[in-house]
Design a protein around this ligand. Structure first.
Ligand code: DAH
Length: 331
């Protein structure tokens, strides 16, 4: 006599075939292995058997039980995997969807000029320096050999915050700030924004950019100034250039010069420069008998406009996308 027939394994497998979730699986498991299952019943009936049969029968039930357990366990793994795949399918990213259009940005023309100036001046041994845009009258004028009632003060159309504070009208103030902190020899450049009470038009903007250059040591001459500017401007315009120097006046240089370049068949003024005035050195306690130097101040907007043939300075500041997107043509 057999207490349980092996065909029960087959029967269980068939039932499992149609099961696809954990709930269904639990029901099948209860039916075949649970408290009231055929297997449990079979174990109970062992006691009714001949003692000689008991060992064989119980081994047979155990084998059947183990097989059914394994089948159910395998099915459980299949269901879990199918559930995971279904979850992933719900979350999946549709790679065939059109991606959002992403426009590539471009460097602003002023940034490109600035980057070039930084690269060229660094190569010539200049260190970069900076100063505040809200400046004291002292640094913007007094220390630069321009006392309060000097005519050059009014000539600059400065925007004042109060008697002692203003929006710097040029980057020359950084000369003083650097000379106060560092002993010569010194070789710095300082690009940045400057401000003037100008009504905007094609050639004026109340905010524009300058780059100051300053060398103070025991030996610099005007020849070094000329060679430095030639090297800088030729590097910037990527061509050899003819330079012209005209006498000029700035309170903080003596002699003072304007520098022009011969570009596209005409002379164009590009910067002001000169030998550092002894009074400037004295104002920062540097002995003008021992030290000397040269300085220059160039308009970053002006250089940018010349290089890219921009005829209205306002284009550089009004953020017009159609202007800024001409990147490729500008290069
Ligand atoms: N600060 C002058 C201006 O804004 C430009 C300038 C001229 C700077 C001569 C200098 C210089 O360093 O030597 O017009």
């Amino acid at each position: 006599m057999t207490v349980v027939d092996e065909s029960i394994i087959q029967q269980c497998m068939q039932e499992l075939e149609s099961i696809s979730d954990q709930h269904g699986l639990d029901q099948v498991k209860a039916k075949y292995l649970g408290g009231k299952s055929v297997i449990r019943e079979a174990f109970k009936r062992i006691a009714e058997l001949d003692p000689a049969d008991r060992a064989i029968q119980s081994a047979s039930i155990n084998t059947i039980k183990r097989e059914i357990t394994e089948i159910i366990f395998a099915k459980k793994a299949l269901i879990a995997e199918a559930e995971t795949l279904a979850e992933l399918a719900k979350d999946s990213v549709d790679t065939t969807l059109q991606a959002d259009f992403c426009r590539q940005g471009a460097l602003h023309p002023l940034t490109k000029t600035l980057d070039d100036l930084k690269r060229l001046l660094s190569k010539m041994g200049f260190d970069i320096a900076s100063g505040p845009e809200v400046e004291q009258f002292y640094y913007n004028f007094t220390a630069l050999n321009t006392p309060r009632y000097h005519p050059a003060v009014t000539a600059q159309d400065t925007l004042y915050i109060n008697d002692d504070q203003l929006l710097r009208s040029h980057t020359s103030c950084v000369q003083i700030r650097m000379l106060e902190k560092h002993n010569p020899p010194l070789r710095i450049f300082s690009p940045g924004r400057v401000f003037r009470a100008d009504t905007p038009d094609a050639t004026h903007s109340p905010c524009f950019m300058q780059c100051e250059g300053l060398v103070v040591d025991e030996a610099s001459t005007m020849r070094d100034l000329v060679e430095t500017l030639k090297c800088l401007l030729e590097g910037f315009f990527k061509q050899s250039l003819e330079l012209r120097f005209r006498p000029s006046y700035f309170p903080f240089t003596e002699p003072s010069l304007e520098c022009d370049i011969w570009f596209k068949n005409r002379w164009l003024e590009v910067l002001g420069c000169g030998m550092v005035h002894p009074n400037v050195l004295t104002s920062v306690d540097i002995d003008p008998q021992r030290y000397r130097g040269f300085a220059f101040g160039l308009g970053i907007d002006r250089l940018t406009m010349l290089r890219y043939q921009i005829d209205d300075i306002r284009s550089l500041y009004d953020g017009d996308q159609s202007f800024l997107q001409q990147d490729d043509e500008l290069c």
